[in-house]
Design a protein around this ligand. Structure first.
Ligand SMILES: Nc1ncnc2c1ncn2[C@@H]1O[C@H](COP(=O)(O)OP(=O)(O)O)[C@@H](O)[C@H]1O
Ligand SMILES: [Mg+2]
Length: 1105
């Protein structure tokens, strides 16, 4: 079931001012304040929405909220702008009624935000699809573009719209948006040249300078610094919360979405830049012959850049700032401009240029967003126009704006009353006339074609002769003197002569929203909105196509001597068109109110709100609305809401709703004059009646709630009790079963125990019986066995005795036989037979022993010898072993030839010299002493050397001769004969040294495993001049042995001394050098290395063993 809600539910204060009781200004403000404090910024007056600006974002514009308000009746939920938007959209779609949404209020009251909220709501709820979405997007994106060019920071609002905007959104029959048309009204162009303190120029200037890329700025000849431009007031260039650079990107993006070409965007920016440049052009006076001052451009740089930017000839523009051509009746006259006039002309040009650019933008956007299809459209207009303005200093602009607001108020009154009236007629209720203030009279004062203020201003502007603001005021003073709403000091009717709040140069109008004092200064100029023709012609000459488009009157071909329509005239005309347009549509009002002047959240300034409430005529609005009946409601919802107040309608009423309501109201004894029955609605005259009904409903709801609670509690307790009862039965049944089961189990186990005892007892009895029987049987067997055993043993004993007796007999017999035989043979043995047997036995043993020795071999190396067999052979056994060994050695030696013998002799000698003295020795034992390692006889290479030798070469080998000076080795051939040794070159075989052996005194070698040896010569001998030789050879042992042997065998010579030690002296020329061997020397390989340390020491490093 759908829950029916109402705005009356949980309302703070009253959601609809119509229900305010008592109704007066104070209660009105208190209600607004109360709601504002509780974040309820929207309040209704019937179908009008009052919106308070919260100055902070509230969480009430979420997509969920949109869904909540979608397709709901206006009074069903708490007041919201979405409810109004929904109502408007649905009656447009479903009832085919064109709508307009009129948003009014002061500057900063939230009109523009409200218009955006309405548009976004409609965009969210209307149809979807690619085409539709594109249209929506373009409509929404037109806002940022217009805001950039048409909004500015003012004292009241950081994003104040400085133009009026009316946007028609067009829909097809399904309610899908097709496109739109925007109309703009009166841009506040004076802002381009001058801004009040604390305010800014239009956003786009700041956005362009902050947000454009360096490249773009360079193209536009602009500088990022705001202070470079006269038209940008400095004191508030940066606004908190406004990011101009980011906005610039948004704007460019929006322009792209709306459909601007890149070139168009560029042209627009160029014109913006041109306005800035224009502001920087300054003038200086130049005296002329005729005594007048003529203006000249001061610094031509900005002028030059601007002309370059727009493609204007510099001289043309320069001239336009100095001269003015006046054409009258085919005559042309040129007059000079003084400096003040030049500045006026410059500013007029800037203002015109900018405002025309703005209008062009609107036209261009319209081109993009206009509906394509030609079918009939339904239209929803959204009007966001400047609100009523009362400043300290009010000028032409305020006059125009307030005129517009008067017109809107007029249409508001007309339409609300008309609607009210129409509803009464529709509902067939008697119409009672309502007293209200009609501002038509003020509108007439301003717009009357004959004697309206605007008409007189135009007349004054067109009049020949001197026209000033004062002449205009004079005229007003004469013509409007009698008007109730016009006040002036110099009025004919001298009512205000003494009114000092009314200065002489001012007039005052009593607007519907309050009195406003207007200063006439500037009225004529602003209305004329004059731009010298020379300037527009100069602009038309530009090559910049958009510029030419903006100044069509500059076309010399179309010279039009007629004055252009005045600003006032144009505005009046456009307001007229707007009013006509609005009158054809169903109006929806949003009245925006500003809670404080500080633009901050949570502050509610009573006086300020009161002022707005007053001039917006809101209390009057409520009065008009309540004039007949304060409250109305369709019968169905009324019955639904109050049916509980009457027994007949509660809980259901079967008949028609209207009858139900009648029954209900009669039953509630509401006085008959308090209500009227319409066709579909009940009309309640007094809010108090409604509140009484509401009060009774609340009380009744409480009773109903109690009743519902009572029934519910009873039902709940009963259900609970029944459940408990049912559970109890189940629990009891389960318990009983469980107890019985337990008892049964116990009996069962007891029975089993008893049974087992009885059975056990019986079984034991039987067992005992059986055991007894078994024992008896066993006893018989045992007795029998014992008996048989005894028998058998007795038999065995007998048999054994028998056998023993038998053996004893045979032994005794054998002994007897032996004795007999011995006695028989003893006589055959001689007395010395024992010696023979002994010898024979010994012989046999020896024979066997010798035969056993045969196994040994003839090799002298064989150490084996059989073990001695008998102790008595001990001495003979060792002797025999020795003798046999000597014999077999002799046999072995006997096989040797002479040479081999010599070799062995050599080896023997080597052993005598070196064994246990030099570490090299053991490795030489297995090497045969070859003698001739070079094969000197056979090798043809050494043939010459061989033939040079006089005797037989005993040894030829390659040795390393150690250089005496540095210890480095070089290979040499070493030859040894019986009488000398020779050292020869290894390659050529040329003899290097030949030393007779008798000159050799001694040989020194180390104890290590190296091959170094020193051949020391006898002092004073012929060979000793160079000194001793230090050589090294792999065959050291052989060489030394051979040398030694030659010494031993030669009879005429002393034996050569062989000195083995790790340190010995050698004679190198004059030096006695110590050769020292140290272990653990060279790391590379294991050969020894020799190094001459100094002239006393030569060190040989020998690898560690
Ligand atoms: N409904 C809202 N919620 C939050 N802030 C709002 C709302 N309406 C207005 N404002 C704030 O007030 C400022 C002025 O609103 P704006 O619509 O520009 O005023 P107006 O168009 O009436 O001059 C906005 O910039 C915004 O900060
Ligand atoms: Mg605005």
């Amino acid at each position: 079931m759908e829950v029916k809600t109402s705005l009356l539910d949980n309302m703070i204060g009253v959601g609809d001012m119509v229900l305010l009781e008592p109704l007066n200004e104070d209660s009105f403000i208190v209600n607004l304040r109360n709601r504002f404090d509780h974040n309820e910024i929207y309040t209704y007056i019937g179908s009008v929405v009052i919106s308070m600006n919260p100055y902070r974002s509230l969480p009430i514009y979420t997509p969920q909220k949109v869904e909540e308000y979608r397709n709901r009746n206006f009074y069903e939920l708490s007041p919201h702008i979405y409810a109004l938007a929904d109502e408007a959209y649905r009656s447009l779609r479903d009832q085919d009624k064109d709508q307009c949404i009129l948003i009014t209020g002061e500057s900063g009251a939230g009109k523009t935000e409200a218009s955006k909220l309405v548009m976004s709501y409609v965009a969210a709820v209307c149809g979807k699809g690619q085409e539709v979405n594109k249209v929506k997007e373009q409509l929404l994106q037109s806002n940022p573009v217009l805001e950039a060019f048409g909004n500015a920071k003012t004292m009241r609002n950081d994003n104040s719209s400085r133009f009026g905007k009316y946007m028609d959104i067009e829909f097809d029959f399904k309610g899908d948006p097709l496109g739109g048309v925007i109309s703009n009204y009166l841009l506040e162009k004076s802002r381009v040249c001058k801004q009040p303190r604390g305010e800014r120029n239009f956003h786009i200037f700041y956005q362009l300078l902050s947000g454009a890329s360096d490249d773009t700025l360079m193209k536009l000849k602009l500088d990022r610094d705001f202070s470079k431009y006269n038209y940008l007031s400095l004191d508030s260039a940066n606004v908190n919360g406004l990011d101009d650079a980011a906005s610039f990107r948004t704007v460019r993006n929006a322009m792209q979405i709306v459909g601007f070409m890149e070139a168009e965007v560029q042209s627009v920016l160029e014109l913006v830049a041109a306005v800035l440049k224009l502001g920087n052009i300054e003038f200086k006076p130049e005296s002329r012959v005729n005594g007048f001052d003529e203006s000249r451009v001061k610094d031509k740089n900005d002028l030059k850049e601007m002309c370059e930017l727009l493609g204007i000839e510099q001289s043309v523009l320069e001239r336009a700032f100095s001269y003015r051509t006046v054409e009258a009746k085919m005559e042309k006259m040129s007059t000079t401009l003084n400096v003040a006039q030049a500045y006026y002309a410059r500013d007029a040009l800037a203002k015109n240029l900018y405002s025309r650019l703005f209008s062009w933008l609107v036209t261009r956007i319209n081109e993009s967003i206009k509906a394509q299809a030609k079918t009939r459209h339904k239209v929803m207009g959204v009007l966001d126009i400047y609100g009523f303005e009362i400043f300290e200093d009010n000028s032409f602009e305020q006059f125009i704006i307030n005129y517009c607001n008067e017109k809107l108020q007029q249409i508001f009154i007309e339409l609300t009353l008309r609607e009210e009236q129409e509803e009464y007629i529709r509902e067939d209720i008697e119409w009672t006339n309502i007293e209200y203030f009609n501002n038509a009279i003020i509108c007439d004062l301003i717009e009357n074609n004959q004697n309206g203020i605007l008409a007189m201003l135009d007349e004054e502007c067109l009049r020949p002769g001197t026209v000033t603001d004062d002449t205009f005021l004079d005229k007003l003073n004469t013509i409007c003197a009698e008007h109730q709403h016009f006040e002036s000091r110099l009025n004919k009717n001298s009512k205000f002569l003494t009114d000092h709040s009314l200065p002489h140069s001012c007039f005052r109008i009593q607007h519907y929203a309050g009195k406003v004092l207007y200063r006439v200064e500037g009225f004529v100029d602003k209305n004329n909105d004059l731009l010298y023709r020379d300037l527009s012609q100069a602009m038309y000459k530009a090559t910049h196509s958009l510029m030419r488009q903006l100044f069509p009157e500059g076309n010399p071909a179309k010279v039009n001597l007629k004055r252009p329509p005045t600003a006032g005239f144009q505005f009046k005309a456009s307001v007229g068109v707007l009013m006509k347009n609005l009158q054809t549509k169903n109006p929806n009002y949003i009245r925006c109110i500003k809670p404080n002047d500080k633009k901050v959240a949570h502050i509610f300034t009573d006086s300020l709100v009161c002022h707005q409430v007053r001039y917006l005529g809101l209390v009057e609005n409520v009065r008009v609305r309540r004039a007949g009946y304060a409250f109305r409601q369709p019968y169905e919802s009324c019955l639904e809401r109050y049916k509980m107040l009457c027994k007949k309608t509660w809980p259901h009423w079967r008949g028609p709703a209207r009858d139900g309501v009648e029954v209900l109201l009669t039953d509630c004894s509401v006085p008959t004059e308090e209500f009227a029955y319409g066709r579909s609605k009940i009309f309640i005259r007094n809010p108090r009646t409604l509140f009484t009904l509401e009060e009774r409903r609340r009380a009744c709801l409480e009773d109903l709630a109690t009743l519902i609670q009572k029934i519910y509690r009873g039902w709940k307790s009963r259900t609970h009790f029944l459940l408990l009862k049912k559970s109890q039965v189940v629990v009891a049944a389960w318990y009983r079963r469980y107890a019985q089961q337990n008892k049964y189990q116990k009996i069962k186990s007891a029975t089993l125990v008893m049974q087992s005892f009885v059975r056990g007892w019986k079984a034991r009895n039987i067992l005992r019986q059986l055991k007894y029987e078994k024992r008896c049987k066993e006893a018989v067997t045992t007795i029998a066995a014992y008996w048989h055993g005894t028998q058998a043993r007795m038999e065995l004993r007998r048999l054994k005795t028998e056998a023993r007796n038998k053996r004893a007999v045979s032994v005794i017999w054998a002994y007897w036989q032996g004795t007999k035989v011995r006695r028989e043979y003893r006589k055959f043995f001689r007395a010395n037979a024992g010696k023979k047997i002994y010898d024979f036995t010994i012989q046999r043993i020896m024979q066997k022993y010798f035969l056993g020795l045969k196994t040994t071999t003839m090799s002298p190396m064989d150490n084996t010898w059989p073990a001695k067999p008998y102790g008595f052979l001990e001495g003979a056994h060792t002797q025999l072993r020795r003798i046999f060994h000597l014999w077999r050695c002799k046999k072995y030696r006997g096989q040797f030839t002479e040479e081999k013998k010599a070799v062995y002799e050599e080896k023997l000698e080597a052993s005598e010299i070196f064994k246990d003295k030099k570490a090299l020795y053991p490795s030489s034992v297995s090497q045969p002493f070859k003698g001739d390692y070079l094969e000197i006889q056979k090798n043809p290479k050494y043939q010459k050397l061989n033939s040079a030798m006089e005797e037989k070469v005993l040894l030829a080998d390659l040795v390393n001769k150690i250089n005496r000076a540095n210890g480095k080795g070089s290979p040499r051939l070493f030859l040894l004969t019986k009488s000398n040794f020779v050292l020869a070159d290894q390659k050529t075989g040329q003899v290097k040294a030949s030393v007779p052996l008798p000159d050799l005194a001694s040989v020194s070698v180390s104890t290590q495993s190296d091959g170094f040896f020193a051949l020391k010569l006898k002092e004073g001998s012929a060979s000793a001049s160079k000194g001793d030789f230090l050589l090294s050879s792999e065959h050291l042992i052989e060489i030394i042995t051979k040398l030694h042997r030659i010494g031993t065998t030669a009879a005429d010579r002393d034996q050569i001394n062989i000195d083995i030690s790790d340190e010995f002296l050698v004679q190198f020329k004059q030096d006695k050098v110590c050769v020292k061997f140290i272990q653990g020397g060279p790391k590379n390989g294991n050969s020894a290395a020799c190094k001459r340390k100094n002239n006393r020491l030569l060190e040989v490093s020998v690898p560690s063993p």
